[in-house]
Design a binder for this molecule. Sequence first.
Ligand code: SF4
Length: 234
Amino acid sequence: MDPIFLDERLVPIYSKVRQKTRLSKEDGICLYQSSDLLGVGSIAHVARIARHGSTAYYVYNQHLNYTNICKNRCRFCAYAKDRQESGAYAWSLAEVARRLKERIDEPVDELHIVGGLNESLGFDYYIDLLKTVKQIRPDAAIKAFTCVEIDYLSRISGLSVDETIQQLKAAGLDMMPGGGAEILNTRIHDALFRKKSIIPGGSKSSKLFTKPGSPAMPPCCTGILKPLKSGWII
Ligand code: SF4
């Protein structure tokens, strides 16, 4: 049974997707702007089933956000706090271990570790953090530290970005998440996170991490400040 579309502009797009006809740029803009979320989802479902059937993959992970104190204060970030603010925190390694052990019976196969740029934490903290996690969860992959953090760690350690990554990998880092450094358009970068000094440091760490021999590559943020017919939207 065909879905019912509240936004009638989606009907011809739905037909195109069913016939496996390539969508136009105008179709894409229509999908992006449509408020008929269930309609857009129905179209996406048809495309997904055509490509992958009903197979779905997912990661069972645990997030460890070791500190919310951050000196950058990016415009969009509702997470970061100044040191003096109520609710500001930085976990000790004992607290990290406690949180890991608390969920040790769950089939966690990835630890996702990111935090703010907290100037009270030295480079040793990050090395010991990775070792602690690896010791308690030796079989789980550690996905940690955005390029923003890697660039920052390079500066506080006095090491090159390459050396910083090598030391983190030796301590247990398996892969990196995205986090802004992959945004290479300066207009978008400045609008979203002007204080992040990640170009070129962040993009350099992306490239270094993904050079031959590394098992993963960082994902890229999409869907923000897309150029449409006129102007930019968030
Ligand atoms: S660097 Fe990260 S934690 Fe810090 S303000 Fe920006 S988005 Fe938030």
